[in-house]
Design a protein around this ligand. Structure first.
Ligand code: HEM
Length: 536
């Protein structure tokens, strides 16, 4: 056969194949979205460096629940806050795994724990850990949380005793961060870190503002590298992160945390053998691991990883939520006064017994404040996933495509990186009302009966995510926030300061509070604190 004819036939066949696959291949091209700011960064510069929630709010206003955005070098990404789409992705978690480049990064922060596990390994780890995070186990921790919150009260009262007007400015974040580290130490490990007394100890320092120091203020090169990292094998990436100078602080944290975790697990094993094991999260986990069938057990590295996971996932998240919450209460004194009145009224009823979880049933405004705090300023504002295969993602509200079609399902090609916007969902006006961007705890008493889709594990909020990979420690966090709020608002009044007007919602995987131009000083939340005068 004539070779020229063969060549032509091959080229024609190839052309037909390319046309066919282009016509049948799923594409996001018809889905509306913002113009990229540049080819190099796409829209990710603004999204990852601007104040948390600002770009999300603009996209939600303009494009609704779904937007096709460009990443660095023209990559296609999907940004989602539509309730039905979030529900679909979170309920089918194993079809939407975490992107490999994100797992490589998370491995540096939590090793091979629950946060980085996928598929069957995740299922096995989660099953072993669940007994430690049930309702009764979490309720039992309430007195620990109250005690740790009280340790702030004692220190602040000491400091305010001699001050005129019994009032001064504290960096709330630092105090709350230390007390919540103590709380997680006792509740999760039956260990006293003593952070509130020694705020400069090695372990404490290795966790202070960890996320800001590691993920704050990302340079262009880092954003581009992080996007291209999807093409690099995970092992190479992990090696790379292990040697990159900008992750030096995180590596130090890892060394300190590993030493602590290994000692702790050895102690727990010993206590179990002697029959003196206690009720903290890790002891429950060690016990559960000892009774599991050999094949389902967690290895030593997995146990160490779970300790790091709990420390990381459970500490800065909760202290951040509390810091933002106290700022909102400072900005809205009428709600602060209402909350304090409910707490004092309840104190009068329980007559010095100390609060317990059952008291919360009779404190609706306190509960409303906690929900509103977690709604308005979710510490984890974005979640990252990848489409494991070609998929049509359903949406609650139809989308009008660029070509003018109305669609109820978004066609998403396999491999597409998806950003789940918790912060946008939590401020969706169709769900939370026209004042969704404002702190208003009263909204919880008159929310619309019917919502588009119930997502999340707490209050219909996306704050703790939902489905198979929802936050395992959400009850722990909610009780902790309740206990701290009750203690602090009962005893102190919070007011804004000149510096607090310059607070930024810093994007660094969590929404950290920093002061404009002072990011190198870490998380700051300077509020004026005044001792509440009480009858004796
Ligand atoms: C206000 C506090 C907290 C917030 C806002 C929060 C939020 C979240 C979110 C959004 C996720 C899902 C992340 C993803 O899938 O990419 C998550 C997962 C997780 N959280 Fe939390 N969390 C909080 C407190 C805690 C606490 C106190 C603990 C433990 C004591 C904890 C342990 C975990 C763990 C282990 C996971 C991974 C679950 C899995 O993948 O199966 N979190 N958290």
């Amino acid at each position: 056969m004539d070779p020229i004819l063969i060549l032509y036939s091959v080229l024609v066949a190839l052309g037909i194949y390319l046309l066919y696959s282009r016509a049948t291949k799923l594409s996001l091209n018809d889905i509306p979205g913002p113009e990229p700011e540049s080819f190099w960064l796409g829209s990710l510069g603004r999204l990852t460096r601007g104040l948390v929630g600002v770009v999300d709010a603009a996209w939600q206003e303009k494009f609704g629940g779904v937007a096709h955005i460009k990443g660095p070098l023209g990559q296609d990404l999907l940004w989602v806050c539509d309730p039905r789409a979030l529900q679909f992705i979170q309920n089918g978690a194993y079809n939407f795994p975490k992107p490999s480049e994100r797992i490589a990064l998370a491995t540096l922060t939590t090793d091979n724990g629950l946060v980085t596990a996928e598929g069957d390994i995740h299922k096995r780890q989660r099953r072993t850990m669940m007994p430690a995070f049930g309702m009764p186990e979490s309720k039992a921790l309430f007195p620990i949380f109250s005690r740790c919150a009280d340790s702030i009260t004692t220190r602040w009262k000491d400091q305010l005793f001699d001050v005129a007007g019994q009032s001064t400015i504290f960096n709330i974040n630092k105090w709350v961060s230390c007390a919540t580290l103590d709380a997680i130490g006792e509740a999760a490990f039956d260990h006293k870190f003593g952070a509130i007394d020694d705020q400069e100890g090695e372990f404490i320092r290795s966790y202070q503002s960890l996320m800001i120091k590691t993920f704050g203020s990302q340079k262009d090169g880092r954003i581009i590298f992080q996007s291209l990292a999807r093409f690099v094998p995970s092992k190479v990436l992990v090696y790379f992160y292990d040697h990159l100078p900008s992750f030096g602080f995180l590596r130090w944290n890892r060394a300190v945390a590993h030493k602590f975790a290994r000692e702790m697990i050895a102690n727990k094993d010993l206590a179990l053998a002697k029959g003196t094991s206690s009720h903290d999260v890790m002891s429950i986990l060690v016990r559960a691991n000892n009774t599991e069938d050999e094949k389902k057990k967690l290895s030593e590295l997995e146990m160490v990883s779970q300790m790091r996971t709990i420390l990381l996932a459970g500490h800065e998240t909760t202290s951040t939520a509390l810091s933002w919450g106290l700022l909102e209460l400072a900005k809205y004194p009428e709600y602060q006064t209402k909350l304090r009145k409910e707490i004092h009224d309840r104190e009068a009823i329980i007559k010095g017994r100390g609060f317990n979880v059952n008291d919360l049933d009779n404190m609706p405004f306190t509960q409303a404040c906690v929900k509103e705090i977690l709604r308005l300023n979710p510490p984890v504002y974005h979640i990252h996933r990848v489409a494991g295969q070609d998929v049509a993602i359903p949406v609650a509200r139809p989308i009008i495509t660029k070509s003018g079609k109305e669609i109820r399902e978004v066609p998403v090609p396999k491999g597409t990186r998806i950003i789940l916007s918790i912060v946008a969902y939590n401020r969706d006006k169709a769900i939370w009302g026209e004042d969704a961007h404002k702190f208003n705890p009263d909204r919880w008493t008159n929310l619309p009966e019917k919502r588009d889709a119930t997502i999340g594990v707490f209050g219909g909020l996306a704050t703790f995510a939902g489905g198979t990979r929802s936050c395992i420690g959400w009850r722990f966090a909610v009780y902790e926030i309740q206990a701290f709020l009750i203690e602090l608002v009962a005893n102190f009044e919070f007011a804004p300061t000149e510096a607090s007007k310059k607070i930024r919602k810093e994007p660094c995987a969590i929404m950290a509070p920093t002061i404009e131009g002072e990011m190198e000083r870490g998380a700051q939340m300077p509020l004026k604190v005044t001792l509440v005068q009480r009858e004796v």
